[in-house]
Design a binder for this molecule. Structure first.
Ligand SMILES: Cc1cc2nc3c(=O)[nH]c(=O)nc-3n(C[C@H](O)[C@H](O)[C@H](O)COP(=O)(O)O)c2cc1C
Ligand SMILES: Nc1ncnc2c1ncn2[C@@H]1O[C@H](COP(=O)(O)OP(=O)(O)OP(=O)(O)O)[C@@H](O)[C@H]1O
Length: 141
């Protein structure tokens, strides 16, 4: 039984999210997803949708076994509880794989870190929450 963890903001779901989570699910037998708390999303604009709504939508996807709302202060608390074999990072996520592996080692968490692949989008697709928001602002302003 191989348990995989994926994580992200997942604001305004799009096919890029489905691709990431399907890729992560294919790495093992059970996929758990940690949905970042809005207060911890500091590297880009705050999510539009509330924490619980994002968690509920991710949890409704067929490839996801369980969606968890992230811990407010310590990202390793949910990891220790889920005890995954693999953490699947998104293809463009800013996390440093080696730094994350060292932090896992320091906490005695035996877990491999992998990268999911990118989805090849068709020309008219909007596979980015930021681009969806920009399109809404263009069209509705
Ligand atoms: C292994 C791991 C565990 C995480 N756990 C949490 C968590 O418990 N709580 C949280 O708010 N964010 C958590 N995050 C998310 C990050 O804090 C960050 O907000 C997230 O990378 C945003 O993702 P995005 O830019 O892909 O949307 C975790 C990230 C990683 C890599
Ligand atoms: N087109 C895509 N192909 C593969 N993975 C994707 C794609 N778009 C998003 N993801 C992955 O989904 C995860 C969560 O994405 P996130 O919530 O950051 O959305 P986003 O649409 O990339 O946001 P933004 O455009 O605002 O940066 C990330 O790990 C990201 O790598």
């Amino acid at each position: 039984m191989t348990t995989v963890v994926a994580q992200g903001t997942f604001d305004l779901l799009h096919p890029g999210h489905v691709h990431y989570l399907s890729d992560a699910a294919a790495m093992g037998d059970e996929l758990h997803v940690i949905v970042a708390r809005g207060q911890n999303v500091t590297h880009k604009p705050q999510p539009i949708l509330p924490d619980r709504q994002r968690r509920e939508m991710v949890g409704a996807l067929a490839v996801v076994d369980e969606a968890h709302l992230g811990h407010p202060d310590d990202i390793f608390v949910p990891i220790e509880r889920i005890d995954p074999d693999i953490i699947a990072l998104g293809y463009d996520q800013h996390h440093d794989e080696e730094k994350l592996e060292r932090a896992l080692d320091a906490r005695d968490i035996d877990c491999e870190v992998r990268r999911a692949s990118a989805r090849e989008s068709e020309a008219e697709e909007l596979c980015s929450t930021g681009r969806i928001v920009e399109r809404i602002l263009e069209r509705r302003s």
